[in-house]
Design a protein around this ligand. Structure first.
Ligand SMILES: [Zn+2]
Length: 376
C-alpha cells in the first residue's frame, strides 16, 4: 500500500474506460493535426499556383530565345553580304554606264523645254535619215571595248590641225569657233571620215588664261549669254555636239549652264563635258534639260611630255576594258599626234573599237526625240 499513488495510477491505466478515452483523445488529436497540416499544405500549394512563376519564366524564356535565332541569322547572312563586296562591278559604272539610255528624270526644266522640243519635231525625220545615230545602247561588256578620241582646240593652228585630220583612224575633231577658214577645215575633216564638234569657250578659273572672243561668262545677263552662245554655235554647221574649251569656272555655274543646255536642247545638240572642273554641273544640267551628254574620262596630253602621253594612252585602254567605253581628250600637239599615229592602229589591232563621241552618249529619256544630230 505504500505504493499508493503509483498503485492508483496503474489502477487508472488498467481501467478499460480510461484507456479507451485516452486512445480516443489521441486519435482525435492526430486527426486534427492531420487536417491542419493538410489544410495548411493545400493553402501553400494554392499560393504557389497563384504566384505563377512559370508563365513569367516562360515569358523570359521566350525573350531570351528570340535573340539566339537572330544571331544565327546574322552569321548566316554575313557571307552573303560579303559576296557583293567581292564583286565591285556595279560600283565601277557610276557615271559611265554601258547602257546609255537613261530613265526619264522628273526634271523641273521639262516645262520650259517643251516649246523648243516641239519646234524641232519638223526637222527630226529627214535629219534622222542623214545622220543615223545609234538608237540602241552600245552593246555591253561582251562586245569590243570602245574608245572615243577627241582632239579639241582644232582649227587655230592649221598646220597641226591638218595633221590631226590625217590620223589613220576615226577621231572626233572639235573646232574652236573663231578659227580662220573654219568651215573649210571642218568640211575637210568630215570628208576624211571624222566626226566634228564645236569647241565653245567658257570662263576659266584663272583670269590669266585667254579663252578667246565671245567666251561664256558667269554672271552675264541671260539674253547676253544666249547671244554669245548663239554666235559660237552659228560659226559652223554639220556638227552634232559641243564641248567646253576651258570653263573651269563657267561649268560650275548652274544658272549659266542651264541657259547653255536650253539652247543645246533646242538645237538638238549633245554636250561633252571636258571636265575642267571637278565640280562641273555639265552632266546634271544636261540630264535636267534632256540633252544627250558624255563626260571626258582621260586627258591625254595636259603635260606635253612623251612618257606622260604614253602613260595616259595606257589609261585609256584600261578605262575602256573596265567600263566598255573610254572618252579621251587630246590636243593637236607634235608629241600627241606622233603618239596617236601608232597607238590608234595598235589599239584597233588589239580589239578596241574607235568611235565618235556621238556613239557613246548618255541619252536622258526626254532627249530621245530631241536629238536631231545637227546644228543650226
Ligand atoms: Zn580647249
Amino acid at each position: 500500500m505504500t505504493e499508493q499513488p503509483s498503485g492508483l495510477f496503474k489502477t487508472a491505466i488498467k481501467d478499460p474506460a480510461v484507456r479507451l478515452a485516452a486512445l480516443g483523445g489521441a486519435l482525435a488529436g492526430a486527426i486534427l493535426v492531420l487536417v491542419v497540416v493538410m489544410l495548411s499544405g493545400g493553402g501553400h500549394k494554392d499560393t504557389t499556383a497563384a504566384v505563377q512563376y512559370p508563365p513569367a519564366q516562360q515569358g523570359q524564356v521566350a525573350e531570351i530565345v528570340a535573340p539566339a535565332p537572330r544571331h544565327v541569322t546574322q552569321s548566316a547572312t554575313a557571307p552573303e553580304m560579303a559576296a557583293p563586296e567581292a564583286a565591285p562591278v556595279p560600283d565601277s559604272y557610276p557615271t559611265l554606264s554601258v547602257a546609255r539610255v537613261e530613265e526619264l528624270e522628273p526634271a523641273a526644266p521639262g516645262l520650259p523645254e517643251t516649246p523648243p522640243a516641239a519646234a524641232e519635231q519638223p526637222q527630226a525625220p529627214d535629219l534622222a535619215v542623214m545622220t543615223p545615230l545609234p538608237k540602241a545602247a552600245p552593246p555591253p561588256l561582251a562586245a569590243k571595248p570602245m574608245i572615243a578620241i577627241v582632239i579639241d582646240d582644232m582649227g587655230v593652228d592649221q598646220r597641226r590641225s591638218a595633221r590631226a585630220m590625217k590620223l589613220p583612224a576615226k577621231v572626233t575633231l572639235s573646232f574652236l569657233p573663231y578659227a580662220r577658214d573654219l568651215k573649210k577645215q571642218a568640211a575637210e575633216a568630215v570628208a576624211l571620215g571624222h566626226e566634228i564638234m564645236l569647241h565653245v569657250a567658257m570662263e576659266p578659273e584663272s583670269s590669266e588664261a585667254d579663252p578667246g572672243p565671245n567666251v561664256l561668262l558667269t554672271g552675264t545677263p541671260e539674253a547676253e549669254l544666249l547671244a554669245n552662245l548663239r554666235w559660237n554655235l552659228d560659226q559652223m554647221t554639220g556638227y552634232q555636239g559641243i564641248n567646253n574649251h576651258m570653263g573651269s569656272r563657267f561649268t560650275r555655274d548652274l544658272a549659266g549652264m542651264r541657259v547653255v543646255m536650253g539652247e543645246l536642247k533646242a538645237r538638238g545638240l549633245f554636250f561633252l563635258d571636258s571636265v575642267t572642273s571637278r565640280d562641273s554641273v555639265g552632266a546634271k544640267t544636261a540630264r535636267e534639260a534632256g540633252v544627250p551628254y558624255a563626260t571626258r574620262d582621260v586627258f591625254i596630253d595636259h603635260k606635253d611630255d612623251e612618257a606622260f602621253v604614253h602613260r595616259q594612252l595606257v589609261r585609256v585602254e584600261t578605262e575602256a576594258r573596265k567600263h566598255g567605253i573610254a572618252i579621251a581628250i587630246a590636243h593637236p600637239r607634235d608629241i600627241t599626234l606622233r603618239a596617236l599615229k601608232t597607238w590608234l592602229t595598235k589599239v584597233q589591232a588589239e580589239g578596241f573599237e574607235l568611235v565618235g563621241v556621238s556613239r557613246v552618249l548618255h541619252r536622258p529619256a526626254s532627249a530621245q526625240t530631241g536629238l536631231s544630230g545637227t546644228s543650226g
